[in-house]
Every structure is written in C-alpha cells, then in structure tokens.
Design a protein around this ligand. Structure first.
Ligand SMILES: [Zn+2]
Ligand SMILES: [Zn+2]
Length: 245
C-alpha cells in the first residue's frame, strides 16, 4: 500500500523529536508524497510548544512546498474523562487537522475502561477532532466497539499508527480488533507513521499490514489518495486554499 501523505508527524519543536518541519517536508517530497500533516503535541505535553504555535501555524507556513501540500495540524492531548483537549478552541479553529490522543503524562492515572470509553465519547462529540490517535494503546484499553460507533457518529477517522508496536508494546492485538471494527462500521481509517525523525516519514508498513489483515477496502483508507483525504477534510472544515489535486 502506498500512501499519498503521512497524517501524523512531529518536529523538534516538541523537544522529543529530532527534525525540522522543512526536513520532514523534504522527506515527504523524496518519498513522492503529495501532502504531509505536521501534528505537534498539544501544550500539556512536557516540552511541547505553547498555544501561539497552533494559532500562528497556518499564517506562518506556506500551504505548499517542494510539491508537498502542508496540512497544519496538532496532536491534542485528551485531559479528562469528558474528552477535554489541551489545545484551546482559538488554536483548534485555526488548524486544518486535529488528532486527539491519550498520553501517559497528560491523561489522568488510574482510570477505568468505562471512564476512558466516556472520554472517547466526549472526543467524538467535538467537531474539531478529525482523527483518533493510537486508540489501541494497551495502557488505555477501552470499549473499542462503543468508541468506534461514537466515531462513526462524530465523523472522525481512526488512525492505525505504525509506531505503536515499538512505542506502545502490546498494541497489536487491540489495533487488529479496532481495524476489524472500523471495517464493520465503515469508519474511515488513516495509516500514519507518528514519525519523530524525518527518515521515518511515510513508514507505515506495520499499520498497512493490520489494515490488510482486517480486510479494510482501500477506498476506506483516506490517505492512500490525496484527493480522497483532501475532500474528506474540506468537508469537515472551511479550508479555502487546499489544492484539489
Ligand atoms: Zn501520541
Ligand atoms: Zn504523535
């Protein structure tokens, strides 16, 4: 499976990734991608950029560089059982793409699966959230069926994250189950690298294998085609300047 663009990538601005945005764009161009989503961690993550980064991103960075459409996004932290995000609304409104994820350092400790499922339901109700990040993390096991059904209602896509097997050991079985549920409920998916270094941009093979194993049709994988991803995103938010092809 060849992706048209990576939907989840980091830069050195979060202080635990090691490439610049331009290096990531160069890597995307070298891989023949049509787009790259830059999705920095929200401000609650230690070392992550503060609010102004997200408010200024669209203004400061060109829409297209080296033939790569730059999608300006964030990976917001889910902060509580209500699904509250750490990026303020003023920032969310100014971004093209919002991933919402649970992280060990920002989501409350000691929650139950029911409480985490409630958090996912809250996230699904937020029209600013486009993609659900690494849902299969075993530290945040939830009722995946209830969550995927909520995402169907909310119109979110679910990410299959290629870094999960390394960064979140024990994810694979959960990710296979989530992929099967996405197929059953026809929830769109994306394949992402979650790259923290430019050489990893576009490395999505483990995620592609899970999608294939689940039998998810290619038309349901948004980022296999720029046009498919672009049209899905343009229907969710008022973004005037995304090239059509
Ligand atoms: Zn993450
Ligand atoms: Zn990430």
């Amino acid at each position: 499976m060849k992706i048209a663009g990576d939907t989840h990538t980091h830069t050195l601005l979060c202080q635990h990734a090691y490439s610049t945005l331009l290096e990531n764009i160069q890597a995307a161009a070298a891989a023949g991608h049509r787009f790259l989503a830059t999705t920095e961690h929200g401000p609650a993550m230690p070392g992550a950029p503060h609010d102004w980064y997200f408010e200024n991103l669209r203004k400061a960075v060109p829409r297209e560089l080296l033939g790569v459409v730059v999608i300006k996004g964030c990976e917001a932290n889910i902060m509580d059982q209500a699904g509250t995000l750490d990026v303020p609304e003023a920032g969310l409104k100014k971004l093209d793409l919002v991933i919402a994820s649970m992280h060990r350092v920002t989501f409350p400790q000691g929650t139950t699966p029911e409480e985490r499922t409630a958090a996912w339901r809250g996230v699904a109700k937020n029209p600013r959230v486009d993609i659900i990040g690494h849902l299969g993390d075993p530290r945040f096991k939830s009722d995946y069926e209830a969550a995927v059904r909520a995402f169907r209602e909310g119109g979110q896509a679910v990410e299959l994250n290629a870094s999960s097997s390394k960064s979140r050991p024990g994810s694979e079985e959960n990710c296979c189950r989530i992929a099967a549920l996405c197929k059953e409920y026809k929830v769109p998916v994306v394949l992402s690298s979650d790259a923290h270094f430019c050489a990893s941009i576009g490395e999505v093979e483990p995620a592609a294998a899970i999608a294939q194993k689940a039998g998810i049709p290619e038309e349901q994988i948004l980022n296999l085609s720029y046009r498919r991803f672009r049209n899905w995103l343009a229907a969710r938010h008022d973004i005037q300047d995304l090239p059509e092809e």
